[in-house]
Design a protein around this ligand. Structure first.
Ligand code: GAR
Length: 210
């Protein structure tokens, strides 16, 4: 059984999707803890209500990024994490931190990477007239929103969409692919080919929603 530590900054709906998936019989992973960098993150109450350990490492208390990351790592390691899962965790991490969790830290990003790294992905996709949008689960490296792509979901951009409508459609897709990606990690079903990661048995690493 692999131990997950999930990092959030806010609502935590992806964390919720993973917690619910892990509760199903036969799941190879358990959520050891949910950690937030913000004391007011909505997702903390959900996790606590499910009997999951929660912790806050408030970034505002650490003047230097390195000090925040060092404390975060100490708390993560205290929960015996096999996999660190960033789920709407809105802090840039130092290279030392990303190296410590190399190939055992995942992130979900609301775009079809490598398009639209950073913030305001949906606004930018709409401005560019994209016809497809989506989400990407990837391993975390020092470079923001780069790192091996584990799974992607595509959704259509529909006439009349605003950023909110598109974000909601993408979020539904996020809730489908993130638990699946975590499961594959927990099952040791992933194979690395240089910097590229594949499912060992060739399972589809993409989801197309209409
Ligand atoms: C999700 O859409 C996630 O992809 C995005 O924040 C949202 C968090 O929602 N993450 C990023 O933008 C990371 N750069 P949630 O708290 O309900 O899971």
């Amino acid at each position: 059984m692999k131990r997950l530590v999930i990092l959030i900054s806010g609502r935590g709906s992806n964390m919720e999707a993973i917690v619910k998936a892990c509760a199903a019989e036969g799941w190879p992973a358990t959520v050891a803890a949910v950690i937030s960098n913000r004391p007011d993150a909505g997702g903390l109450a959900f996790a606590a209500g499910r009997g999951i350990a929660t912790a806050v490492v408030d970034h505002k208390l650490f003047p230097r990024r390195e000090d925040f990351d060092a404390e975060l790592a100490r708390v993560i390691d205290g929960f015996g994490a096999d996999l660190v899962v960033l789920a709407g965790f809105m802090r840039i991490l130092t290279p030392g931190f990303t190296a410590r969790y190399a190939r055992r830290m995942l992130n979900i990003h609301p775009s079809l990477l490598p398009a639209f790294t950073g913030l305001h992905t949906h606004e930018r996709a709409l401005e560019m007239g994209c016809k497809l949008a989506g989400a990407t689960v990837h391993f975390v490296t020092a470079e923001l929103d780069h790192g091996a792509i584990l799974m992607q979901a595509a959704v259509p951009v529909l006439p009349g969409d605003d950023a909110q409508a598109l974000a909601a459609r993408v979020l539904t897709a996020e809730h489908r692919i993130y638990p699946q990606a975590v499961r594959w990690f927990a099952e040791d079903a992933l194979a690395w080919d240089g910097d590229v990661v594949r499912h060992r048995d060739g399972a589809a690493q993409q989801l197309m929603l209409s």
